[in-house]
Ligand binder design. Structure first.
Ligand code: SF4
Length: 469
C-alpha cells in the first residue's frame, strides 16, 4: 500500500513536472515558432476577405484601407492573397471532429499575446508585406476569454499602435454580447462561422457548438451594422460598426447535405442576416473518425468551385436557388458551370436579342458578366451592336454565341439544341482554379514553397469565383 501510494506520489510529481515543462515550453516559444504553428493552424479557415471598406490615411496614424482590395496575388490553388492570416491560439478546449486543432489531437500548441500580434502586424505592415490581417482563434479556456483577448488585440492595435489598416476578426459564439459589440467598433469585418450547413451536422461533428449560439452573435452584428449606419447618417462623427459587413463559412463535404440544401442555407443567410459573403470550404480530411469521410477522400474542390459560382449568381445575377436547383435536381452539374447548366435547361428563353433585351435578361446569358451587361446597355444607346462590338465589350463569344442574336441574326448558323450546345461547351475546357488532376489541396504557408507563389508574406483570400461570366 505504502509502495503504491509512494509510486502514485512520484507519478504525480512527474506529471506536474511534465505539465510545468509543457507550460514552460509554450510560454518560451519564440514569436517565429508561434507564427509557424499558428499560421499553419489557420489555413483551414477560408472565411476571410481583404476588401470592402475605404479609409484614407490621416497623416497621423498608421495605414489605410482600400475597398477595391489590397495587393492581391494568386496562389497555386487559385486563392488570392493579401492579408496576414493567423490564429491567436490553437490551444482549444473544444473537440470538433473535423479540426486539426481539436483538444484531443496531439499537435504543437501556441498562443500569441495581444502585444505579439500587434508587433507582428505592424512589422509586416511596415515592410509592405500585408495591408491588413485576419485573426481567428481556437477557444482558449472559454468563449469570453477568447473574445476578450481578440478585443484587447484590436484595442491595442487601433489605439496604441494607431493601425488603420483592414482588420477581419472572428466573433466567438457564446461570448458576452458586450465584448462582441466593443470588438465590432474596432474591426472592419467580423465573421461567425456556421461551420456546417445543418444543425444536425453541427451536433454530430462539433458537439461543443450549437446552432442557436452561432446565430445569436450573427444577429447581433447584423443589428449593430444597421444601427451604425443610421447613426452615421445622423452624426458624421459616430463610430462605425463592422463597416465591411459580416461573413460566414460552411464546411462542404464532411456531412451529406446536397448542393440544394447548402445553397438554400446560404440564400437564407443572405436574406435574413444580410451577410456580405458566405464562404464554402471544401472538407479536408485531417482526422480519423468514424463520423467523418475517410482521410483519403479527395477534397471536393470542384464542388466548392461550383458553389462559389452559384453564390455569385445569387449575389450579382438576381438568381434564386430554386431556379438553379430543386428537390429533383439536388446537385450542380460538375461538368458545366451553374449558369450554363441553367441556360441549357431553359433553352425556351433563348436566343436573346442583344440590342433589345433588358439588363436582367442579358445577365442570364452565359458569357455575359455584370460589366459586359452594363457596357452593352450603355453602348447600344448610340448605335445597334454587332458581334465585333460585343467582343470589344468583353463578352465571351465562344460561350454566348449559342444564346444570342445581334440585329436578329446569330453569329453562326447553329442549332438551339441541348445536346449539341452541351457538347460544344464541354469541348471548350473551362479554366478551373486548381490543378488539372483536380482534387489536390494546397494551402500557402509563410514557411514553405507557397511563398514563391504568394510573392509576399500573408495569405488570406477572397479570390474564389470572382470573375464569373
Ligand atoms: S473550436 Fe472547433 S474548429 Fe475551432 S479550433 Fe477549436 S476544435 Fe477547431
Amino acid at each position: 500500500m505504502g509502495q503504491i501510494s509512494s509510486d502514485l506520489a512520484s507519478e504525480n510529481v512527474v506529471c506536474e513536472n511534465e505539465i510545468k515543462l509543457e507550460l514552460y515550453s509554450t510560454t518560451r516559444k519564440s514569436i517565429m515558432e508561434k507564427l509557424e504553428i499558428l499560421t499553419d493552424a489557420a489555413k483551414y479557415d477560408v472565411a476571410c476577405t481583404s476588401s470592402g471598406v475605404n479609409r484614407k490615411g490621416n497623416g497621423r496614424d498608421m495605414g489605410n484601407c482600400l475597398a477595391a482590395g489590397i495587393c492581391h496575388s494568386f496562389s497555386s490553388d487559385g486563392r488570392c492573397i493579401s492579408l496576414l492570416k493567423i490564429l491567436m491560439s490553437n490551444e482549444c478546449v473544444y473537440d470538433c471532429k473535423y479540426c486539426i486543432n481539436r483538444r484531443s489531437n496531439d499537435v504543437p500548441r501556441a498562443t500569441f499575446t495581444p502585444e505579439e500580434i500587434c508587433e507582428l502586424t505592424m512589422n509586416f505592415y511596415k515592410r509592405n508585406y500585408i495591408e491588413g490581417f485576419f485573426l481567428s482563434s481556437g477557444i482558449v479556456n472559454n468563449p469570453n476569454d477568447t473574445m476578450e483577448r481578440i478585443y484587447q488585440t484590436l484595442y491595442l492595435l487601433r489605439n496604441v499602435y494607431r493601425f488603420r489598416g483592414y482588420v477581419h476578426v472572428k466573433g466567438i459564439p457564446g461570448a458576452d454580447p458586450v465584448l462582441i459589440q466593443q470588438t465590432g467598433y474596432l474591426a472592419d469585418r467580423m465573421s461567425v462561422n456556421l461551420e456546417l450547413p445543418t444543425a444536425e451536422g453541427l451536433e454530430k461533428l462539433a458537439p461543443n457548438k450549437h446552432r442557436k449560439s452561432i446565430l445569436k452573435p450573427m444577429r447581433q452584428i447584423q443589428n449593430g451594422i444597421a444601427q451604425g449606419k443610421q447613426e452615421l447618417a445622423l452624426y458624421k462623427s459616430a463610430p462605425s460598426f463592422v463597416p465591411a459587413g459580416q461573413s460566414t463559412q460552411m464546411i462542404i463535404g464532411a456531412t451529406p447535405e446536397s448542393d440544394y440544401q447548402i445553397m438554400s442555407v446560404a440564400e437564407s443567410l443572405y436574406d435574413k442576416f444580410a451577410l456580405k459573403r458566405v464562404f464554402y470550404s471544401a472538407y479536408v480530411g485531417v482526422n480519423e473518425d468514424k463520423a467523418l469521410p475517410a482521410v483519403t477522400t479527395a477534397s471536393p474542390l470542384l464542388r466548392e468551385h461550383r458553389l462559389y459560382q452559384a453564390d455569385w449568381l445569387l449575389r450579382y445575377y438576381s438568381f434564386r436557388v430554386n431556379e438553379l436547383l430543386n428537390e429533383k435536381h439536388q446537385n450542380f452539374n460538375i461538368l458545366l458551370d451553374p449558369k450554363c447548366d441553367w441556360a441549357l435547361r431553359h433553352l425556351e428563353q433563348f436566343p436573346v436579342e442583344i440590342n433589345k433585351a433588358d439588363y436582367t435578361t442579358l445577365l442570364r446569358v452565359p458569357g455575359i458578366g455584370v460589366k459586359s451587361a452594363q457596357r452593352i446597355c450603355k453602348a447600344r444607346k448610340s448605335s445597334a451592336l454587332g458581334f465585333d462590338n460585343l467582343k470589344k465589350i468583353g463578352v465571351v463569344l465562344k460561350r454566348a454565341l449559342y444564346f444570342i442574336t445581334c440585329n436578329g441574326k446569330m453569329m453562326y448558323h447553329t442549332k438551339i439544341d441541348e445536346d449539341y450546345i452541351t457538347r460544344n461547351l464541354l469541348s471548350e475546357h473551362e479554366k478551373l482554379p486548381f490543378d488539372k488532376d483536380g482534387m489536390t489541396y494546397k494551402q500557402l504557408s509563410l514557411f514553405d514553397d507557397g511563398m514563391e507563389n504568394a510573392a509576399m508574406f500573408g495569405m488570406a483570400h477572397e479570390g474564389k469565383g470572382t470573375a464569373y461570366v
